[in-house]
Ligand binder design. Sequence first.
Ligand SMILES: *[C@@H]1O[C@H](CO)[C@@H](O)[C@H](O)[C@H]1NC(C)=O
Length: 224
Amino acid sequence: MVRFAALSLFVACALAVPTSLSERSGVAYYNPAANGGSMLDVSGSLGEPLNVIISGLSSPSVLASTNALINYARAIGFSTECFGIHIGTPQTANLGDGQGQVNQLIELRQDYGSASLGTCLESVIGGNHFRAWQQSGSLAPSDAWFLAVSKEEPATQSHNIVPDGYDIGRDALVSGAVGTHSFGGVTYTTTAQNVTGLLSVGSAGINHGIALDGIVTVLTVTAS
Ligand SMILES: *[C@@H]1O[C@H](CO)[C@@H](O)[C@H](O)[C@H]1NC(C)=O
């Protein structure tokens, strides 16, 4: 009888699995610090702030996959890196979801209005860019995207961050995202909310010694 009950449970779980987002928790995000993670990624011995979160309460068509995020990013003025050429080493982040340090899943650059050539222009003249990780491990299954956004100098400056480039990059991404935008047949409506207390104010531990205002902007994206 016990064995039969266990088997039924197994079958029930197996039936629940097919939609890949069935484990979504209906939570906007979990604070990575609650489980040994950090709102700073790792770049050498210092870090860059994860200063924008795309809420786990957003539509599945934004959260479902890296390609889903890329399509959204294209709608708000970003594109994949210039011909796939990657400048710099991948950074890692621990989102406190039980996966430990994970390499960035993607790195996208402002596309200056041309999804194919614009990112090359960004590489030359500088501009906004972000790296992204997803909080999807079993300890914090929000499926929220955590973005490290920064505004960069041109390639001639080895892609250093402009002064105040984390806060500036965040605000530029957010102002380009809020409202309604379309790409690839999907229309996205985005709202923004600022959250304090996740990031510290100041420059302690921050790459390039750039001070932060301590704000994380949480975006909620509804697709149709
Ligand atoms: C979030 O904070 C930034 C920086 O202070 C500000 O420019 C922006 O208007 C704020 N956004 C919201 C939605 O409160």
